[in-house]
Design a protein around this ligand. Structure first.
Ligand SMILES: *Cc1c(COP(=O)(O)O)cnc(C)c1O
Length: 401
């Protein structure tokens, strides 16, 4: 699953280029850097590999979401519709720009249910943010149609689905903007980093400035730059970008291995008729970082998780329903809006209201779901052992013995 599994000489060599000059900053120092521009090079590679007009690297996926929201003009009082199943970073970014996260149910795609999105639209809705969880995509046709009809912005959180696609277009490049995370456990990593992708010139220019203190990057040097708007520092360093540059060149290799291992594991699990699989709107476009599967009941799912744990083989199988990071059920800090600094009373009330709604429809999906992370280094024997152990455990649980 994560690119760190295949870290090697390529990454070391790219980092060494930067260490040779000692210019760790992505902007300026044109002379001493001797033509080494790793961040610029990685941005060009992102545009080429994923097929978008613009890419702006930043320091994390969270920073990428925050920057994209600012660049799309999302702020005070605006509502963003997002799924109940995501990583906490998605709503952190929403709250940080002063907007209101409006959570809606997921369906058996493990992503936004388009009907639930429709029902959540109000006069304040500004943006729909699908999160392409666990390597696979939301139904972008339906979501694009909703955005068009209601004049809403579509922002794709594709942090977990690098290399996935929908009907021939890469995830993250389909909406008004899209983001990837390159943190340590993502499909390609640069330790910490992220990127905003867009085909809109305005989104790019604003992201470029916002992530670097508002600098317009048009001056002869940094001191001569103008500041047409306020910004922050979400810059990536050259060291991080260098690692990413080596990793992006390995992406097609990662995806080939994932697809092969995913297909083999799915074949093994398919032997049990009670196991069903996540619905994937475009199966061709699944990046296959995870195989997500369902059992008929929460009770059976819990029993399988407990048994895998008891056998010492739960590792790599995720039961998100009980996980503190990825599903709304356990986000108590959000439900109570436990912000260190004061939110406006209005903002706070809206956050608490939307995070504390009834998510029984999502519960019915998530309580029966297990996601198995697909390893890049599995041998055929390890893969078969893993699959067969899951099958044996499920059979045992379902037979009640
Ligand atoms: C990892 C992740 C992020 C944030 O990325 P960081 O680089 O860790 O800040 C955002 N959204 C989702 C869905 C993620 O999985």
């Amino acid at each position: 699953m994560p690119g760190f599994e295949l870290f090697g000489t390529e990454e070391r060599s790219e980092v060494n280029d930067v260490l040779e000059t000692g210019i760790l900053m992505r902007y300026g120092f044109d002379g001493p850097r001797k033509g080494i521009w790793k961040a610029k090079e990685l941005e060009a590679a992102v545009c080429k590999v994923f097929g978008c007009s613009h890419a702006q690297l930043v320091s994390s996926g969270t920073a990428a979401l925050t920057t994209a929201m600012a660049a799309l003009g999302i702020g005070y009082g605006d509502e963003i519709i997002l799924p109940s199943f995501t990583f906490v970073a998605s709503f952190e970014a929403v709250i940080s720009v002063g907007a209101i996260p409006v959570f809606v149910d997921v369906d058996d795609t493990l992503t936004l249910n388009p009907d639930a999105v429709r029902k959540a639209i109000t006069a304040k809705t500004k943006c729909v943010m699908p999160v392409h969880m666990c390597g696979s995509m939301a139904d972008l046709d339906a979501l694009q149609a909703i955005c068009k009809e209601h004049n809403l912005v579509l922002l794709e959180d594709a942090c977990q689905s690098i290399g996935g696609s929908f009907k021939g277009k890469m995830l993250g490049t389909i909406g008004d903007a899209g983001t990837f995370s390159f943190d340590f456990v993502k499909t390609i990593t640069c330790a910490e980093g992220g990127v905003i992708m867009s085909n809109r010139d305005d989104v790019f220019v604003k992201s470029d400035g916002y992530s670097d203190h508002g600098h317009d990057h048009k001056g002869v040097d940094r001191g001569a730059d103008l500041h047409p708007f306020l910004g922050y520092n979400f810059r990536i360093s050259e060291l991080h970008a260098a690692v990413g540059l080596a990793q992006i060149q390995k992406l097609s290799q990662f995806l080939d291995i994932q697809k092969r291992n995913h297909a083999a594991l799915k074949t093994i699990l398919s032997a049990v008729p009670e196991i069903s699989f996540r619905r994937v709107p475009d199966p061709q476009g699944d990046s296959c970082t995870f195989l997500s599967w369902f059992l008929p009941t929460e009770e059976a799912t819990r029993a399988v998780v407990a048994s895998l744990k008891e056998q010492g083989i739960l590792g790599g199988n995720f039961y998100w329903y009980d996980n503190n990071w990825h599903y709304i059920r356990k986000w108590d800090h959000l439900k109570q809006a436990l912000s260190l600094n004061a939110l406006s009373p209005e903002h706070r009330a809206a956050v608490v209201l939307h995070a504390s709604k009834n998510f029984s429809v999502s519960d019915a999906v998530m309580s029966r779901c297990i996601s198995t992370a697909i390893g890049l280094l599995w041998t055929e024997e390890q893969l078969n052992d893993k699959g067969n152990a899951i099958v044996a455990t499920v059979r045992k649980v379902l037979s009640g013995k």
